[in-house]
Design a protein around this ligand. Sequence first.
Ligand SMILES: Cc1ncc(COP(=O)(O)O)c(C=O)c1O
Length: 399
Amino acid sequence: MAKKAPLISQRADTMQASPLRKLAATAEVRKKKGVHVYHLNIGQPDLPTHPDFFKAARAYKPKTIAYAPSTGLEAPREAWSTYYKKSGINFNAEDIIITSGGSEGIIFALEAVCDVGDEVLVFEPFYTNYNSFASLTGVKLKPVTLDIKDGFHLPSDKEIKSKITKRTKAILVCNPSNPTGTIFTKQEMKRLVSIAKQKNLFVLSDEVYREFAFEHKHTSIMDFPEIRQQAIVLDSASKRFNVCGARVGVVASKNKEVMAAVFKMAMARLSVASIDQEALVPMLKDPKKYTKDMVKEFKKRREIVYNGLKKIPGITFSKPEGAFYIIIGLPVKDADHFATWMIKTFHDKKETVLLAPAEGFYATKGKGKQEVRLAFMLKEKDLKRSLELLAMALEKYKG
Ligand SMILES: Cc1ncc(COP(=O)(O)O)c(C=O)c1O
């Protein structure tokens, strides 16, 4: 008898598949049947990348495409430092390591501060891939649940501290937040800083949506000098410069031991694509020129989404303060079932909408069951139509 193949690892077995793509296959089937699908499920901006990116990529003509230094090429690293200084954050080139997207940076940072089994506090709902990064690194995420009724702002210090144990090494905070669109105020960030100081924790601050701040200015973890040695900024060019496929992010910190640890990991994966690093230099040197119009466009879309949602009876939401996402509470028992029905069965004039059920953004079982996340990645007319379809579907749905 033929032997069975050996089993895959438990880590791989228990790792989540991205819930964002869960319904994508069904959407493709539907499209083949001639139904137009509006994608409100995924955070890929629909706007064209600025031509200066391509110009810089073409202008980069080394004799050999060699490995870049593991920390990042010199000019791009300097350009990242310029970007930070222009954003009011005092990082020098040596405080920065360029990574393959923000994603790799998050993994490196978790590995740099945590051993297997250590815990990291996160505020749920959170960017769903944090779950996968935690699986990869053997880190346990300890969720502090935020409430849709409070606009997903922080609960009391007491509640946050109640989740901290002897194994807790860090607080991971995403500000502005994907998936809620919440911006934690300076006061809230100060509270986190105090807790981290008191409990001697690192703060991993995911600031990839820094520029997308519509209500009040975004507060960086680096705005608090008292936490500098415990602060690690996780960042990415993907969204702010609309270059998601370029795969360039950074880990930045004033803590030399942390950066030396991240450097070891960076050395093991050799380097980040040199062309992508170089192509970003003009954007990093003059960030406002490239982010201004993007931010304006998403601010406009936020108004459209907000005004459209106001017309739908029975749903719960707060106006997003930043990023380009919103979580809404639906008047249904099971938002996953509703989203599946919507993409599989529902249509109006051969059009439907793909939503992201919010359960995958929570670590606590059963949370987010009645919520979905919308990403405003469509143009005005399509956004309005999508919300109209959502309203119709909610009226028709008998879940
Ligand atoms: C909050 C947050 N952090 C990190 C990332 C990772 O981005 P990338 O790997 O494209 O830089 C994303 C991407 O959607 C995100 O939303």
